[in-house]
Design a protein around this ligand. Structure first.
Ligand code: COA
Length: 426
């Protein structure tokens, strides 16, 4: 079986998380991803949060599978010439440098388009055009500026960032879709285009339901928010809603057996209207099915705290898995709070390739998240991340077609290797 993006060549000029997430996905779909890294240094994540001495950190290995690595100093004259040849040879250039970096290197969009009019040039930046366009941005900055932090957490606490990397990996996902869409359009127009994703925009897109609620506020209180039932008035901006469900069906995180000692002995429980009757039977309140104070979703809204407290008295009598087994029989939506330890050990996730074990020459075996997007006719095999510059020679020779003499001259110029340290003299 072939792979969907086989034949597509990516000049991967990305670093840290947002860009690498995008190019890793493209590699998993079969693209030939050539990661360009600074000689001697490489992607900064190779050395961040290191757990095994002298081995690339998991931060790097888990974001750079299935890629090839070439080291190239793109500030060096010969390095720039090699980069030009890469631009002529590749279909897509992906970058997430700070604002203006690519231009300062001498590779503006106009220059790249002139060199290779078919090339798609894809960029992640912190912000789109506007007052903050020159700012450098990391994950939590994007969560804060994209509306996520102001709507996450509890009403009486500070704004919170989430553990899911919606600013970095979320924007990388958006960018990947932009790239394949531009490649599809190119099949009709024959020319490339610019694809830009701002992290603020990506987060705001994922926080879309909160902008929905912002507008609903103009027409009255948000009745599905717990604070409505608690009689707490709403301000002029969408408040933090704790673990309230973001949809029209009230939901909460409830304690299960063992919650006193296990921080993850909880279950998410949704009191979905169509299954209200089985919920009443299961928790031992059958009269709530007909009592006008509980029988309709509207009547329940001011009583959600009392209702969920009663349901929690039931969930606390069993483990989160036992509760899920009972609730699933009645199609009552629920989800145990799974720890990373539980996910790492989950055999069904291993079977689908969502969690994979990868072998690395310097760090040995480690776990990674595999391709979460499954294509029936384009299988993904996760291959370990490249060592720094591991493929420099083969890319210069096989992809860029330099002769042996030319390769020797490139190396001599210092374009692919860090300058040698001068021996100390005494
Ligand atoms: N050869 C020579 N120089 C190279 C190089 C190479 N192969 N690759 C990068 N560089 C240089 C750049 O030219 C730049 O130099 P300059 O500032 O003199 O022009 C320098 O490295 C720094 O690049 P920059 O991207 O600004 O890195 P940074 O570490 O200062 O900032 C970020 C990191 C992530 C904050 C920044 O890249 C950014 O805001 N990116 C966009 C948003 C984003 O993706 N953020 C999330 C990251 S997960």
């Amino acid at each position: 079986m072939t792979q969907a993006l086989k034949g597509v060549r990516i000049l991967d000029f990305t670093h840290v998380q947002s860009g690498p997430t995008c190019t890793q996905l493209l590699a998993w779909f079969g693209a030939d991803v050539i990661k360009v890294e600074r000689p001697g240094v490489g992607d900064i994540t190779r050395g961040q949060l290191m757990d095994v001495p002298n081995a690339d950190a998991l931060y790097f290995t888990m974001l750079n599978h299935n890629k090839r690595s070439i080291t190239l100093d793109t500030k060096n004259k010969t390095g720039k010439e090699v980069l030009e040849r890469l631009i002529l040879t590749c279909d897509v250039l992906v970058e997430n440098f700070g604002p203006g970096v690519l231009d300062r290197m001498g590779f503006t969009w106009e220059r790249i388009h002139e060199l290779n009019p078919t090339m798609v040039v894809a960029s992640v930046k912190g912000f789109g055009p506007g007052p903050y366009e020159d700012c450098k941005v990391y994950e939590n900055v994007a969560q804060c500026t994209g509306g996520s932090a102001s709507t996450t957490g509890f009403r009486d606490g500070p704004p919170l960032v989430t553990g899911a990397q919606i600013g970095d990996s979320g924007t990388g996902l958006h960018l990947a879709l932009g790239i394949v869409t531009a490649l599809f359009q190119r099949t009709k127009t024959g020319v490339g285009q610019k694809v830009t994703c701002a992290m603020q925009d990506g987060v705001l897109n994922l926080a879309r339901v909160k902008l929905r609620d912002q507008q609903r506020l103009a027409h009255g209180p948000l009745t599905e928010y717990s604070q409505y039932g608690e009689g707490v008035p709403f301000g002029d901006a969408v408040p933090r809603a704790g673990n309230d469900s973001g949809g029209g069906q009230p939901g909460r995180i409830l304690k299960c057996k063992g919650a006193d000692t296990d921080p993850n002995a909880y279950i998410y429980f949704i009191t979905q209207a169509p299954v209200w009757e089985p919920i009443c039977d299961i928790i031992g309140e059958p009269h709530w099915k007909t009592d006008p104070n509980y029988a309709s979703p509207k009547a329940r809204l001011p009583r959600l705290n009392e209702i969920f407290a009663r349901i929690e008295r039931w969930t606390m009598t069993m483990t989160k898995f036992e509760a899920m087994e009972i609730l699933n029989k009645y199609d009552i939506p629920c989800g145990p709070i799974l720890s990373m330890k539980e996910l790492a050990e989950d055999q069904s996730l291993r079977a689908t390739g969502t969690i994979v074990e990868v072998d690395h020459p310097k760090r040995g075996k480690y776990l990674s998240v595999g391709n979460p997007i499954k294509l029936s006719a384009s299988p993904t095999e996760v291959v370990r991340s490249p060592l720094l510059g591991e493929h420099t020679d083969e890319i210069l020779a096989d992809v860029l077609k330099y002769s042996a003499d030319e390769i020797a001259a490139i190396k001599q110029s210092g374009a692919t290797e860090p300058p040698k340290k001068k021996a100390a003299t005494g």
